[in-house]
Design a binder for this molecule. Structure first.
Ligand code: SIN
Length: 525
């Protein structure tokens, strides 16, 4: 079952087999997941080759599996069940049975389990991060940051579970009392993305679980292992069987799984993070059962640098906003708009800092800041966007081509003289390409920023207080960074306007999407 094994892999393997029969034991390239220090659970002991339904590790009814590869090396990490509609239907039924009990637990009981899950996640932070880097490719430091972010949502919702208050409404009739109850909505269906394989699981699932809902979740095809590792820790924390179910599927089966989640009358809520195209399809499918829907869809973030900006701060903000996860976040700066008075200074300094600070390579190499893109299709897209810009007259400041590090790598690229008809100014790039556009006036910048059908994040740099208020109010976005390029936070609401989505995640608002409001009128007093 095991091939290409080094002796280190054999040691890990024998240790993990002692731990549990359920651990993956046909890992083909264990060296893609480095071992832990002795005595600590290894990353490979969190690598499960089964889906998680009703508290059990299960295969697809068909027996089908598909392989997961490390996007950096192309090596196979392992395989997971390729589940279809039938498998998903079974998970939905189990979730519904679990929901009928879970909804009756007290907020404190739910809180304590979530808290324990948080503790376990923190204890195993490094090993979870290694697993994440192996399947997603992001640098290990970033992966550690993501596990911190992911566990933060577990902790947050452990706390929020106990803050779901109803209301007593002053009654207009002396004989009546008017009350508002908040109750869990039911079984929630979730579809999560590959760019944050852990954090997007906990941001959604823990809100639902805290509210008293059960969950059927389909993780991204490319990154199921982080989701499955989270299930193991939830189980260890005492989460009852069936409250959290993870159904894995390949790209071929994903539409059937998604369709069932959206059309099943048992599922009362859908939460999806991913592309706008897919979000629209899921929204249409959900209409058939009038489901509540949360969508975190694509962005096309404007990043505006005004003449009054602190240019050094703006460049540092660009670096963090643009190049986090190699440019593959929905909130990455996409259209960098720089006012003419500081344009040349900004472009020159950005080129300098990009050359100094960005290093492309494998995520397990300590010096790497830019890992691979998720797959070769992503590289093809980024390459064609850069070619289009060059053809239409953009100037190349650095990069501009595939990297020699491997098939999924693209060099961090700076394009200046970008104009609005270029694809890099129209589409979400989702790669390490900074496209810089010159503008003259505040009105022009705001008009360009708002010309997109997307409205997730927007950023601007200015030292002019009146301008700060004006622009913050005018930008058509759900998240606005003023003199800051990294604004996502557990405590803050995350979500977009326009075609970037519906609903908010995280923060005190995130749990509302999993609650129904019931008005109770008590008469005859
Ligand atoms: C995303 O890109 O979908 C999430 C990014 C974040 O939470 O900062």
């Amino acid at each position: 079952m095991v091939c290409c094994m080094c002796s280190r892999s054999v040691q890990i393997l024998s240790r993990q087999l002692k731990v549990s029969q359920l651990r993956v034991f046909h890992i083909i390239a264990m060296d893609t997941v480095p071992p832990a220090a002795s005595g600590v659970r290894s990353a490979s002991s969190f690598l499960f080759d089964k889906a998680f339904v009703d508290g059990q590790w299960v295969g697809a009814k068909s027996g089908s599996v598909y392989q997961i590869t490390n996007p950096s090396t192309g090596k196979v990490i392992g395989s997971v069940p390729d589940m279809n509609g039938d498998d998903t239907q079974q998970a939905i039924e189990k979730a519904n049975l679990a929901f009928l009990k879970w909804r009756d637990t007290t907020a404190k009981e739910r809180s304590l389990i979530l808290r324990k899950w948080f503790d376990l996640t923190i204890q195993n932070k490094l090993e979870l991060a290694k697993l994440l880097t192996a399947e997603n490719g992001k640098p290990l430091k970033e992966a550690i940051g993501e596990i911190g972010y992911a566990s933060g949502f577990i902790e947050w919702y452990a706390e929020e579970a106990r803050r779901v208050y109803g209301d007593v409404i002053p009654s207009t009739a002396a004989s009546k009392r008017m009350l508002v109850l908040k109750q869990p909505i039911g079984v929630a269906g979730m579809i999560t993305p590959w760019n944050f394989p852990s954090a997007m699981i906990t941001r959604k699932a823990c809100a639902a679980i805290a509210a008293g809902c059960a969950v059927v979740l389909k993780p991204a095809e490319d990154t199921p292992f982080s989701a499955l590792a989270m299930c193991q820790l939830a189980k260890e924390a005492g989460l009852p069987d069936g409250v959290l179910n993870v159904v894995t599927s390949s790209r071929d089966n994903a539409p059937a799984v998604g369709n069932l989640l959206c059309t099943s009358p048992v599922i009362k809520k859908i939460s999806f993070t991913g592309s706008t195209v897919t979000g629209k399809i899921l929204l249409q499918q959900s209409a058939s059962t009038v489901k509540k829907v949360s969508l975190e869809l694509g962005g096309n973030a404007p990043f505006i640098v005004f003449n009054s900006a602190d240019i050094e701060a703006a460049v540092q903000g660009t670096m963090v906003s643009k190049f986090r996860c190699s440019g593959q976040t929905c909130v990455c700066a996409n259209r960098i708009l720089v006012q003419e008075g500081v344009y040349d200074q900004y472009v020159a300094r950005l080129a300098e800092v990009m050359n100094q600070e960005l290093k492309v390579g494998d995520g397990f190499d300590d010096s790497t800041t830019q890992g691979p893109l998720i797959n070769s299709k992503a590289v093809d897209k980024v390459e064609s966007i850069v070619e289009d810009a060059k053809r239409l007259g953009a100037r190349l400041g650095c990069g501009g081509k595939r990297s020699d590090k491997g098939v999924n790598f693209f060099e961090p690229t700076l394009l200046s003289n970008v104009t609005l008809e270029m694809r890099c100014a129209q589409e979400e790039i989702f790669g390490p390409v900074a496209a810089v556009i010159k503008f003259k006036t505040e009105e022009e910048a705001v008009a360009i920023a708002n010309s997109s059908s997307s409205g997730l994040a927007g950023y601007f740099y200015s030292q002019n207080l009146s301008q700060i208020w004006r622009v913050a109010e005018k930008l058509e976005v759900g998240l606005c960074g003023v003199n800051d390029g990294l604004i996502s936070a557990i405590e803050a609401p995350f979500g977009g306007v326009k075609e970037s989505g519906l609903g908010r995640e995280g923060s005190k608002y995130g749990i509302d999407d999993y609650l129904e409001i019931k008005y109770v009128c008590l008469g005859g007093i």
